[in-house]
Design a protein around this ligand. Structure first.
Ligand code: GLY
Ligand code: MN
Ligand code: MN
Length: 439
């Protein structure tokens, strides 16, 4: 994203906030992994969304109408000794020159400066609970102001949820955001193809994961958007399986849910295919039910339809399929109404997608499902997970299938951002056979 995009986002927030207000947004804290090793740092998505600034110990402060500039960035001071060990810091000069802050102060000066900025403001935009250590400081500063009211200082009379304002902005993707998401989806699709070409009986799930990571990283996506799920056979029936430590077996399916993060934007793709390159008849039957459900759901993604329409379409096709093959019995409408499919399909058909894989934004507005609008991005990911209930014929046992694509709502309908990942049975079998003939 370029500097202008971040400035535009801050401007939108300023317009929402109005006069006599202030927004305070601390960045995420560093998490310790073990002893001297920390997890790789990633900015809070809202923090990055407003600033593009990715150092810990930083705080964004926005003060609409402030004569000396509306955008203040508190961050660490330059420190050559520390930079030799831990890397470059922008410092106050960099915050202004590189990141467009109107003013920048050292993070260590917050106690001296922030109470003065909070003084006489009517509204404070802040979200409690994200950074507990910072919550305590905010409460202290606000209490201090309240106690100083005898000296004629006013404390704010309204605290407004900042995250909610930013979440609504983030729900509508700009053209540069869509470009980043298209790229993340493209690289992720390539990674799924690579996994199909590599997978074989006797390989380990983590070896397939390594292929996926290689494709992500060599294309500039340094991290997956979430831990990859690489589930062979019955592991495909565990929705959040991430152990990825089992050997792939003949006649099993492999369910892979993996998406890259590119420039802070996520892809989220699932494909399910046979380890040995050829679906068994039972696998193919179930697979095509899920595929038909997914296509029916994607067809419902268009402006004016509401959030739940793709889910309703998927549930209908899945239930019809389960009746057809004898896994459910009864009248279709009743089965749908009673959610009888839930033994085999226990999650919803999708979620918003963006900087966070389960992205922000309300699904209901005023108690009603939200209408889809151009610029929104969602996943469509129906599945069937048949474990081994006694009443189910053995031939279906431990087949887990999910097919997941990333879909942008456009003015006229939709665009499937992840279209490059094959999902038709014959496409997958042909691709896998071709790869095997080269080995
Ligand atoms: N990969 C997480 C999800 O599909 O929701
Ligand atoms: Mn997924
Ligand atoms: Mn998903």
């Amino acid at each position: 994203m370029n500097k202008k995009e971040f400035a535009k986002r801050r401007q939108r927030l300023i317009e929402i906030m109005g006069p006599d207000s202030i927004a305070v947004l601390p960045n995420a804290t560093v998490s310790n992994r073990n002893r001297d090793v920390d997890y790789i740092y990633r900015s809070d998505s809202n923090f990055h969304y407003l600033s593009g600034f990715d150092e810990p110990e930083s705080v964004i402060v926005i003060v609409p109408g402030r004569p000396h500039g509306e955008y203040l960035l508190f961050c660490r001071e330059r420190d050559l000794k520390k930079e030799i060990w831990d890397g470059y810091r922008a410092g106050q000069e960099g915050a202004v020159e590189k990141y467009g802050a109107d003013d920048s102060y050292p993070f260590s000066d917050l106690n001296d400066i922030l109470p003065g900025l909070l003084e006489n403001k009517k509204k404070v935009y802040y979200t409690m609970g994200n950074v507990p250590a910072f919550d305590h400081r905010m409460v202290e500063w606000l209490n201090h102001l309240r106690n100083a009211s005898r000296q004629g200082k006013h404390s704010p009379n309204e605290i407004v949820e900042l995250d909610h304002c930013l979440n609504e902005l983030r729900l509508y993707k700009s053209s540069s955001e869509i470009k980043a998401m298209r790229y993340a989806a493209q690289i992720s699709a390539q990674a799924h193809i690579r996994a199909m070409e590599f997978a074989a009986v006797g390989k380990w799930e983590y070896q397939v994961e390594a292929e996926i990571m290689h494709e992500f990283m060599k294309n500039g996506c340094r991290s997956p958007a979430y831990p990859s799920i690489i589930g062979g056979g019955e592991n495909g029936c565990i929705l959040h399986y991430i152990e990825n430590d089992q050997k792939l077996k003949n006649n099993d399916l492999l369910l892979i849910d993996a998406g890259a993060e590119y420039d802070y934007y996520a892809a989220d793709i699932t494909r399910t295919f046979p380890v040995n390159g050829k679906f068994t008849p039972a696998q193919k039957t179930l697979y095509n039910i899920v595929l038909d459900a997914q296509k029916a759901a994607i067809a419902e993604v268009k402006p004016g339809n509401h959030w739940n329409q793709p889910h309703e379409a998927a549930v209908r096709v899945l239930t019809q399929g389960l009746v057809r093959i004898g896994l459910l019995e009864g009248e279709l409408e009743t089965l749908i109404e009673q959610e009888q499919y839930r033994d085999f399909y226990m999650h919803r058909t999708g979620h918003w997608l963006g900087m966070d894989v389960h992205d922000v934004g309300d699904y209901k507005v005023g108690g009603e499902w939200r209408l889809l609008e151009p610029g929104m991005v969602l996943t469509v990911e129906p599945g069937l997970y048949i474990r081994d209930p006694e009443h189910v014929n053995k031939k279906w046992h431990f087949i887990g299938i999910r097919i997941e694509d990333d879909v942008l709502v456009t003015k006229t309908g939709h665009e499937v951002l992840s279209h490059a990942a094959p999902k038709e049975v014959d496409e997958i079998e042909t691709l896998m056979a071709a790869a095997r003939s080269k080995h």
